[in-house]
Design a binder for this molecule. Structure first.
Ligand code: TTP
Ligand code: MG
Length: 599
């Protein structure tokens, strides 16, 4: 994989915290707002109860101990126990509800993301590593759960705690409180200065993570090629680089926090020192009792806890924000190929296909791969497309399936411009066999039934017989229930292709599109496929990128494509007689012994 495909880490240090994304993220919590309100209430109550502890301590010291009233000591101890018990119960409720909402939000978000990605156009997929896309649906969504599950609790409980403490401290003694909070402004200033770096830091961590997944995916998928070319060392080197980059970005992001926590501690100690000094003097001047000063110092320590906790959670919020940004980027990508608002539903089609002056390129800054393509296929006809590799044959099919829209010209089916009809209603009547057949993990029967879920087992067997794959399947131990591994791993390429034929045939399409793979079959299978093709083509419009002479000869018209243009068209005999590009191609490709027996 060229390194350019990996996500670039940000070098710019200042990127503003995106409140829009934050609000949008909160939107996902909306369906759970009742539960979240309940949690907030529970957390608030237990936090407030905890805040009474220093005051219980004060009462115990000033009234119980100094005033020699043992009953007050017992009362305070019992109260304290009770509050602890309530706190424990609140904790249980909190964990239960939050796990529930957190997982619920993951569920919603993943589903939305997956749904959306199912509709995205191929152009979206063209330029992105699979692993990096996977990473958004897995890791990034997970990071958001982290935010909800632990981030939210911390933020709510610690904010309540913070506000409570500040209020209590000022109520207890404004002068001491003032001393204690002298250190807050410089601290806030320092954190505000560090924030942009923290944000960039966490964004980079997510990117580095996604690069690892992208590399991993490709390494695993391509392991055969890697091993056969002895690229293990090089692969390890590349992975090391990415792994290293993750290590570095993470350390960079976390380094700032190493600064923040001790800094908070230092500020805390200074504040406490000020309070102890002022408090001691006030006790000696009989302005304040010892119990108050003790309670005050206790509150002050508790004051730093939320500050610490919130600054720690802040990094998690930033990390989740980086993830949210990545998720929203996908959600905001509109499918390019989209039904127009007044798209016509097509009931049935007869199967006529037309290309009118079509020009097409995959990317705006790349050259055209198809130029001035004009062609008409009458319903029921078979058209063969031939031409050298890279000529644009598969691209023609990509347009006919409307995987992409052409930049110029029109593609019509039954006289409807593909851009004006409901795509599903047309695709329903078309079937495509790809150049590289793709099977899904599942049984053979499930794979054949992929495009026609309602088909019965009899139908499945009938099409399998028609394309001559039944005998092979019947020989398998578990027959049609045989598990095909991912991408059809346990089947031969030819077997996979036959199953793809069956899958296409079962749909009984009006227009059948075949992108034949040349090399993958032996002569035995070749003969089998020829027979299968015969069945496949009967009574339908067929557009076939053909490498087999038998198919080509049977075609009503042969199109010869070179360099994105149709250079010749006509029936086999005609083209042979004219001695043009086709006859040359024919001689090169078929006459040199590649001709199947009997042709
Ligand atoms: P294809 O249309 O794939 O060429 P082909 O099907 O005639 O070749 P083959 O016989 O080998 O299957 O490609 C035409 C050009 O378009 C080629 O230069 C590659 C480019 N291309 C893309 O840029 N993106 C794509 O997704 C495809 C399919 C092709
Ligand atoms: Mg091709």
């Amino acid at each position: 994989m060229p390194d350019a495909q990996y996500e670039k880490l940000d070098e710019v240090e200042k990127l503003p915290f995106n409140y829009g994304h934050f609000r949008r993220l909160l939107g996902y919590a909306r369906p759970y707002r009742r539960k979240l309100l309940l949690v907030t209430a529970v957390i608030t109550i237990s936090t407030i109860l905890r805040l009474t502890e220093p005051y219980l301590l004060r009462t115990m010291v000033d009234i119980g101990i100094t005033g020699r009233q043992p009953r007050v000591i017992t009362q305070m101890a019992l109260l304290w126990l009770l509050f602890q018990a309530i706190g424990g119960l609140a904790g249980y409720v909190r964990i239960r509800i939050l796990n529930d909402t957190g997982t619920g939000i993951i569920y919603d978000l993943r589903r939305e993301l997956f749904d959306h990605m199912q509709w995205l156009s191929l152009r979206f997929y063209d330029g992105r590593p699979v692993g990096s896309m996977m990473s958004r649906v897995t890791n990034d969504v997970e990071a958001i759960n982290n935010l909800i599950n632990s981030g939210l609790v911390t933020i709510v409980s610690q904010s309540v705690s913070l506000i409570g403490i500040v209020v209590v401290m000022f109520v207890l003694n404004p002068r001491l409180a003032f001393m204690a909070f002298l250190v807050v402004p410089p601290m806030v200033f320092a954190i505000a200065r560090l924030r942009p770096r923290m944000e960039t830091g966490w964004r980079n961590v997510r990117k580095a993570n996604s690069n690892i997944t992208a590399n991993l995916n490709e390494s695993i998928t391509g392991i055969r090629v890697s091993q056969s070319f002895c690229r293990e060392g090089e692969n390890i080197r590349r992975f090391d680089e990415l792994n290293d980059s993750y290590y570095r970005t993470f350390m960079q992001a976390i380094r700032i926090e190493w600064l923040v926590w001790p800094m908070a501690d230092v500020f805390g100690v200074v504040g406490t020192g000020l309070v102890v000094m002022t408090g001691a003097r006030m006790v000696m001047q009989d302005v304040l009792t010892v119990g108050y000063v003790l309670a005050f110092i206790d509150y002050l320590w508790r004051f730093w806890e939320p500050i610490n906790a919130i600054s720690r959670v802040y990094s998690r919020v930033l990390s989740a924000m980086a993830s949210a940004e990545r998720i929203f980027e996908y959600l905001d990508t509109k499918p390019e190929v989209l039904d127009s608002p007044n798209a016509v539903e097509v009931d049935d089609i007869t199967g006529g296909v037309q290309f009118e002056d079509v020009c097409f390129r995959y990317d705006e800054d790349e050259p055209y791969v198809l130029r001035d393509i004009d062609l008409t296929v009458e319903p029921g006809q078979t058209i063969a497309i031939v031409g050298p590799t890279g000529a644009g044959k598969t691209s023609i099919i990509n347009l006919l399936m409307r995987f992409y829209d052409p930049q110029e010209g029109r593609v019509l089916v039954d006289g409807h411009d593909l851009r004006d009809v409901a795509l599903a209603s047309i695709r329903r009547r078309m079937a495509l066999v790809l150049q590289e057949s793709f099977l899904f993990s599942g049984t053979i029967a499930e794979n054949i039934r992929y495009g026609s879920p309602d088909a019965t087992m009899e139908d499945v067997i009938a099409v399998a017989k028609a394309v001559k794959v039944h005998d092979f399947v019947a020989k398998l131990q578990d027959g049609y229930e045989h598990q095909v591994e991912e991408r059809g791993g346990r089947l031969s390429v030819g077997q996979r292709q036959l199953i793809s034929f069956a899958r296409a045939l079962l749909r009984d399409p009006r227009i059948l599109i075949l992108d034949e793979a040349t090399s993958s079959v032996d002569t035995q299978t070749e003969a089998t496929i020829q027979e299968a093709m015969h069945t496949l083509l009967r009574d339908r419009t067929a557009i076939i990128i053909a490498h087999r002479l038998s198919t080509i000869r049977r075609a009503d018209c042969i199109l010869v494509i070179e360099d994105g243009r149709i250079v010749e068209r006509g029936a086999h005999a005609e083209l042979m007689a004219s001695g043009g590009p086709y006859s040359q191609l024919y001689r090169r490709q078929f006459a040199a012994g590649a001709l199947p027996a009997g042709e």
